[in-house]
Design a protein around this ligand. Structure first.
Ligand code: IPE
Ligand code: IPE
Ligand code: MG
Length: 253
């Protein structure tokens, strides 16, 4: 069935650039932005932009597999996106349900692990069920881990972690002085996931918009003017290529 990952002869170099296969970022996170502007340019409703964005998700998951990226985090709905008109919020929820329903078989067949970052308890029941099933079905897979950040906010994540840690201190499960970076991280949605090496934001905006605030401490940032529905494999290659030509110092020399 549906082996969209079958591409042994896949070339990672395009005309101008050649990616170093030995230095692929382990974790790439993407702020999937610009769906609305893409639709506006085409005189389509914003929801059509979101729909077109799903095609980019397909492309980029597939390409991540081909390139050997271990973790791919996709920012799909922020804790602030509830401010949008009700019908747009509804359309985004529906799109997530549809996406999981339609794609989970193929994703599973290709070893993808689906995880969700964010507070799913605020989502509609059918949405929660689809998420639960997708996570359960794929949890033992060995391929690309795809984290879908949905109703995710970096501040919300940190606050929750602070509360949970405080509770455990109160109960005597851990001592205040024993709280380290590692311990704290184990209370975040991203527990067990390495920090993103590279954060990509298409659409021309240059801000973090409450994404992975704790985890981005030493991430490399890469921006592009392309809107998310137009984001192609070659854009991912360019981002990785630029990443590979940077000097990550982590505070050292
Ligand atoms: C990103 O596209 C998708 C979500 C935030 C859910 P936008 O909908 O933000 O697109 P623009 O920024 O309005 O173009
Ligand atoms: C960030 O995009 C959230 C997602 C892509 C899911 P927004 O479009 O919501 O961010 P702002 O409002 O431009 O900062
Ligand atoms: Mg936007």
């Amino acid at each position: 069935m549906l082996r969209f990952f079958k591409s042994k002869k896949h070339k990672v170099e395009n005309k101008e650039i050649e990616i170093d296969r030995n230095n692929i970022p382990k974790h790439i996170a993407i702020i999937m932005d610009g769906n609305g502007r893409w639709a506006k340019e085409k005189k389509l409703p914003r929801t059509m932009g979101h729909r077109a964005g799903v095609e980019s998700i397909r492309r980029i998951i597939k390409e991540s597999h081909v390139l050997g990226i271990k973790y791919l985090t996709l920012y799909a709905f922020s804790t602030e996106n509830w401010k949008r008109p009700k019908d747009e919020v509804g359309a985004l929820m529906k799109l997530l349900v549809e996406y999981l329903r339609n794609e989970i078989g193929e994703l599973n067949a290709n070893g993808v692990v689906i995880k969700i970052l964010g507070d799913t308890t605020k989502l509609a029941d059918d949405c929660q069920k689809e998420i639960k099933d997708a996570v359960e079905l794929t949890k033992d897979n060995k391929g690309v881990v795809v984290n879908i950040a949905f109703n995710y906010g970096g501040r919300d994540e940190i606050l929750r972690a602070v509360k949970a840690v405080s509770k455990d201190v109160e109960k005597g499960i851990i001592n205040l002085d024993d709280i380290t970076d590692d311990i704290f991280e184990s209370y975040l949605y991203t527990k067990g996931t390495p920090d993103p090496d590279l954060i990509i934001r298409p659409s021309g905006e240059k801000r973090i918009s409450n994404f992975l605030l704790w985890q981005c401490a030493y991430s490399e940032f890469w921006y592009s003017n392309v809107n998310w529905p137009d984001f192609k494999e070659k854009d991912l290659h360019r981002a990785i290529y630029d990443y590979q030509n940077r000097d990550r110092r982590f505070g050292g020399v």
